[in-house]
Design a binder for this molecule. Sequence first.
Ligand code: CA
Length: 265
Amino acid sequence: MCTADPGIGPDVFDMGSNRRLSYDLIAAESRRIDCEQVWPIMRTVLIVEDEPAMLRGLEDNFKAKGYYVLTAMDGRHGLETALKERPDLILLDIMLPEINGYEVCSHVREKGLEMPIIMLTAKDQESDIVLGLNLGADDYVTKPFSIKELMARAEAFLRRRKDVEPAVYEFADCRLDIAARMLSRGGHEVALTPGEFKMLHLFLRKAGCPLTQDEIRTIVFGYSRFITVRDIDKAVESLRNKVEPDPAKPQYIQVIPNIGYRFQV
Ligand code: CA
């Protein structure tokens, strides 16, 4: 997992313009994106990159635009994270320690995962692009690249992906209508707080996947909110009372000790 690079300082490095951007600028841009944000919950981006400065720059930029960011600095960890967390998008470097980006891409597709993969390639690897695309990558950018261009491509993939996501999720006698932001149970509307709606949407989108406390907190409540583990537990308890046949013996929202929760299908 990526750790903070002390050399980067408090600003964000834009690889495209080769300059540092102040957090004020990033925050202003992020607020603009938030206003345009129509998805109820954050999208998850996995960045697999072994160059610390590049990884940190990408991580900062994607976080500033409202994504939940997972990172890995070698291919093995990247593959494990992709299979376990099922992110909405993967940015994948090709030359990586342990196993390379081609192998990661190939294994991800073999497992039937269809999230968009954008490969990050060095200039002299351009001739190998075709291999990446044949193995299931959707697109590539050549280093050094413009962060704005990469963001635009990533957002285009995520918009398309959103179009194929279910508009309604159903389980037991519950029905969650995403566009209407409405839960009904046995045909009757059940009132949800915005946090409960986002949490249930997250659980259903990632059904079967373990979700860490940090992931739930950030995706549901955002990076800036101070939410404790206890707050998450209380929100889950409240949600269980609204969706579980027997909240005392949860059938759907299950605890994974020392990790978080999983929606069991
Ligand atoms: Ca590399």
